[in-house]
Design a protein around this ligand. Sequence first.
Ligand SMILES: [Zn+2]
Length: 155
Amino acid sequence: MTKTLSVSAIKNGTVIDHIPAAQALKILKLLQIGTHKNCVTLGLNLVSKSLGLKDLIKIENRILTDTEANEVTVFAPKATINIIENFDIVKKITTRFPDSIVGVFTCANPVCITQTEAIKTHFYLEEYGKQIKLTCRYCEEQFDRDHLVALSAAL
Ligand SMILES: [Zn+2]
């Protein structure tokens, strides 16, 4: 990888930077990129002074809501999320680690009521140092964030 290799600028949209390496694909799933059909530029394993290696996501013509930006911190606690308009940064979103997350992850418990009923999943989040645990509101099982997968489509 050379210094001149960079990810091209976007005109309008959202840039998520300082994602720990290997987390970008999880964030894409979490943001349901496949459903939204936006043009997405992905940088994987880029060299970062603060993180060693990092991932980067640029999403054209989509502005993340504050809730979505907070959800990103489940996989990227120190992410920088900037809103771009006409190639300029017009807003830097200040993220906050969310207390709970609704309708994003599938519960990994096969007998959880959310597997069979049309209700949105709901997890309470807790941070233990670098570990992030999610507890299902319905079956009360606790999972490591890496054991949960995002829903493939919104309910
Ligand atoms: Zn559950």
